[in-house]
Design a protein around this ligand. Structure first.
Ligand code: FAD
Length: 506
């Protein structure tokens, strides 16, 4: 790095890199320090099972990347990142070969819902037509007055309800399963608020922007951001875990892509007792146990339409999923769990050797669990795809405890870095007007423990960086992050090297 540093970013997840991109675009000298041997945090792709099988280690479905104003301005397409679009956005298989199928078209989806179709169209249709407005509101801190009050009143008046209340309007198992499968992403019990809002948001995204995969794997998003940082003169160091703020190189601003728990550890006594106590009160979700499979062929779903789905929610009816999720919150490992599955091969054949497939699956488990849930996950897949086990060539398993060991942000295996209760949706991680500032001048939190929501959209990192630009550097205008300003430099390494490697601009 030439000359003095302006900003140090700890952590190279999508939010850490979004912060680095924003600061670098403003002309600052930035350094990213990553503890893991490779960059990307929750947005990476690796050969986890067998050679030639490229698995998304964490994020796989990317509606939020499409909807994100950060990634729109950054222009992923111009940087060679392509969205791979499945014909069916998501599906909920049911017993007896039935399934609820969600495609981009609200009308087509509703047409399969029998007597519930009309009500589904009336609830979801208007929101899907205003998906851009809804996303613009939901991907910014909720403390701001909405720019689209009527649209948000429509969404908010329904979204404030628990999923269990929203589904009362439907009698058929299919429509109810669609809401249950989407709302259960929240890891909250389905009779809690705001599970209805989270379910609605994910359904509206499926119709409005789709739930695409990334051609070649989610690491392509990470690589595009890392390339832009390096091309702008920044550097990225891997394999260096930061244990204290005192270890960091001197810089006017420090942005931390870490959990609230880790923030307290890194800053220690520098933080006032009240703020530390608030960080201790921050509540985390249960964890996940993830299994990646290398398969000799596509999953033989009993329902043909499920064979075209990018994502599947397994667990059966709304009631079954509600019981499973309540059991997890009560500290149990359900026998009949809710399982999230992504089959990238339906839209991106590059992930496995010809004719073969990768499969991504996880289930919710109690926080910190070291239980390997492979048998339960496989039993749930077998229930809807008899013969599945015969296709398995290899497996890679991560328990909730492993998730935290690989990435300290995932406290107890909580991949959302904090519950999305109403309070922690609006005030994240503590109650304060600007959630990115910490009480230490020049130190900011930029991880998904800050608003707006967890997921790969980069907005937490961008909004934290904009706060730092205003506070420390007197820059009030959002920098231009488009390829016109942050061009790719030729020959920039696009994938990380060995631990301790440092990438600099050529
Ligand atoms: C299994 C799984 C599946 C998911 N599926 C999806 C999905 O399909 N779609 C979606 O949009 N989102 C998904 N997510 C969520 C998404 O990955 C996260 O919300 C997102 O990555 C958060 O980005 P971040 O930058 O805040 O943190 P992270 O991506 O977690 O990155 C934090 C980085 O900081 C590093 N770090 C932390 N502490 C230190 C330290 N002290 N010193 C040095 N480095 C440190 C970590 O090693 C890590 O690389 C999934 C997550 C997981 C784990």
């Amino acid at each position: 790095m030439r000359g003095n540093l302006d900003a140090v970013i700890v952590g190279s997840g999508p939010n850490g890199l979004a912060a680095a991109v924003t600061l670098a675009a403003a002309g600052l000298k930035v350094q990213v320090i990553e503890g893991a041997p490779e960059i990307g945090g929750g947005c990476r792709t690796q050969e986890l099972t067998l050679p030639g099988f490229r698995h998304d280690v964490c994020s796989a479905a990317h509606p939020l990347a499409v909807a994100s104003s950060f990634f729109q301005r950054f222009d992923l397409a111009a940087r060679g990142v392509r969205f791979a679009k499945p014909e069916v956005e998501f599906a909920n298989p049911l017993d007896g070969g039935r399934a609820a199928i969600v495609t981009r078209s609200v009308a087509e989806t509703a047409a399969r819902l029998g007597a519930d179709g009309r009500s589904y169209r009336r609830l979801i249709g208007p929101m899907a037509r205003h998906v851009d407005d809804i996303c613009a509101e939901l991907l910014q801190p909720l403390r701001r007055p909405p720019a689209h009050p009527l649209v948000m009143a429509g969404y908010g008046s329904r979204g404030i309800l628990p999923a269990a209340a929203l589904v009362r309007r439907w009698r058929g198992a299919e429509a109810r399963a669609i809401m249950g499968g989407a709302a259960a992403h929240s890891m909250l019990p389905l009779n809690a608020v705001p599970t209805g809002g989270i379910g609605l948001m994910l359904i509206v995204l499926a119709h409005g922007v789709g739930w695409p995969l990334i051609e070649g794997g989610s690491a392509r998003i990470t690589d595009a951001m890392a390339d832009a940082v390096v091309a702008a003169g920044g550097s990225i160091e891997t394999g260096r875990w930061v244990r204290s703020l005192a270890e960091l190189p001197r810089a006017a601003a420090v942005l931390l892509d870490v959990s609230p728990k880790n923030l307290a550890e890194l800053a220690g006594d520098q933080l006032p007792g009240r703020y530390r106590a608030a960080l201790r009160r921050y509540r985390y979700n249960p964890g996940i146990c993830k299994v990646d499979f290398a398969l000799s062929g596509p999953v033989p779903w009993a329902n043909e339409d499920c064979r075209r789905a990018g994502t599947l929610h397994l667990g059966g009816t709304f009631e079954e999923m509600a019981i499973a999720e309540a059991e997890v919150v009560a500290g149990k490992h359900p026998q009949n769990p809710y399982v999230l599955v992504v089959q990238p091969g339906v839209a991106d054949p590059s992930r496995a050797p010809a004719g073969q497939q990768t499969l991504w699956a996880y289930t919710h488990v109690p926080a910190g669990s070291d239980v390997d849930a492979t048998d339960r996950i496989e039993a749930q897949i077998e229930r809807f795809a008899p013969g599945f086990r015969d296709l398995v060539l290899a497996r890679a398993v991560r328990t909730a405890a492993d998730e935290e060991a690989h990435n300290p942000n995932y406290v107890g295996g909580d991949i959302a870095v904090g519950m999305q209760t109403m309070k922690q949706t609006v005030f994240r991680p503590t109650i304060q007007w600007n959630p990115y500032r910490t009480p230490i001048r020049g130190v900011y939190l930029c991880s998904s423990a800050t608003p707006p929501v967890p997921g790969v959209h980069g907005r937490c990192g961008e909004l934290a960086a904009l706060t730092a630009l205003r506070d420390i550097f007197g820059i009030r205008e959002a920098p231009d992050i488009s390829p016109a300003r942050l061009r790719l430099a030729p020959n920039v390494p696009t994938s990380p090297g060995p631990p301790g490697a440092t990438f600099r601009s050529p």
